[in-house]
Design a binder for this molecule. Structure first.
Ligand code: TMP
Ligand code: ASP
Length: 290
């Protein structure tokens, strides 16, 4: 369902619409580039819960543009070209790999549900990479590579894999965008870890611990790999001074929803304040000489 709340870019049509952003392409042009426009909504539970948070679209655009600029400058390829206006930026259009690539520095979130023996907040010496298959009906299952079968097996994202066992297989060749061998998996892991290390360092400079993040990648027409989608307070866990009680990310909203509530006016102000705080921090990345 198209639900355009920002301005419609002239001469463009919707290519794709997600829960929090719209990708636009030019009418009658070779479609190599498009516009990504953020929407003023915060969502959780695969979009089951949704709040209209005016101003969020501006804060996350500022955040994601500064993060992508930093990654591009650091030699990590992303789809980002330039900011167009407060809620919109220019991107290369990619064939997106339907995988959420999560990198973790600390044991938190769904990792703790799958690894119940691990203490919350344990720091991993090496960032840990996990793949989740983007599939709403299966609730984004975790993907575990089976070297002997050269394919991924799927597991419930919130249960230890040994408990419920596999819930399905991703048959090799089903989707040409899914990695088919160890070399393709490694390319995704490497780009994700490199991006994580750059952002971890940048956030460290402003006193924030990057606990984990989620990225999505895609290929251009020459099958070159880029980071696509968006990186912002919805897709990163960010703790001020490494303190969980001072998180400035979407967990504030996720926790409210978990209690079966909608945010109070005071909580709404804190939610938008978090997005703005992250935007302010990210705008300093360009000044850091990183
Ligand atoms: P998780 O601990 O719930 O697996 O989340 C890990 C990271 O991925 C966290 O920074 C939040 C982010 N994330 C998303 O961006 N989208 C999602 O749908 C989920 C589940 C997590
Ligand atoms: N991204 C998912 C949603 O918006 C869930 C999440 O981030 O926790 O519905």
């Amino acid at each position: 369902m198209t639900q355009i709340v920002g301005r419609v870019p002239r001469g463009h049509v919707v290519r794709a619409e997600g829960k929090t952003k719209i990708i636009w392409v030019r009418i009658r042009k070779r479609k190599k580039r498009g516009l990504a426009q953020n929407k003023p909504f915060v969502t959780a539970g695969d979009g089951k819960h949704r709040e209209f948070v005016p101003g969020k679209e501006i804060a996350v655009t500022e955040t994601t543009c500064n993060i992508f600029r930093l990654l591009n400058r650091s030699g990590i390829p992303t789809h980002y070209h330039k900011k167009i206006n407060a809620d919109t930026y220019l991107i290369s259009l990619l064939d997106m790999i339907p995988i959420e690539i999560v990198v973790r520095r600390k044991a938190f979130g769904s990792y703790l549900k799958r690894n119940s023996h691990e203490a919350e907040g344990t720091t991993f010496a090496q960032p840990l990479v996990e793949f989740f298959y983007k599939n709403d009906t299966m609730s984004d299952p975790m993907m575990i590579w089976q070297p002997e079968h050269q394919c991924f097996r799927l597991y419930h994202p919130h249960e230890p894999p040994e408990e419920r066992g596999a819930i399905g297989d991703l048959k090799a060749g089903l989707d040409p965008l899914i990695p088919r061998n160890e070399a393709e998996i490694e390319r995704l892991e490497v780009i994700a870890i490199e991006a994580f290390l750059v952002l971890e360092e940048a956030f460290k400079h402003v006193g924030i611990t990057l606990v984990d993040f989620k990225i999505e990648c895609g290929y251009d027409q020459d099958r070159r790999l880029y980071i696509g989608d968006q990186i912002d307070g919805d897709s990163c866990r960010l703790w001020m001074g490494g303190d969980k009680s001072k998180a400035v990310d979407k967990d504030r909203y996720r926790n409210i929803v978990k209690q079966g509530r909608v945010p109070t006016p005071e909580e709404r102000a804190l939610i938008i304040g978090d997005y703005q705080r992250i935007a302010t921090m990210a705008s300093s990345f360009g000044l850091m000489g990183l």
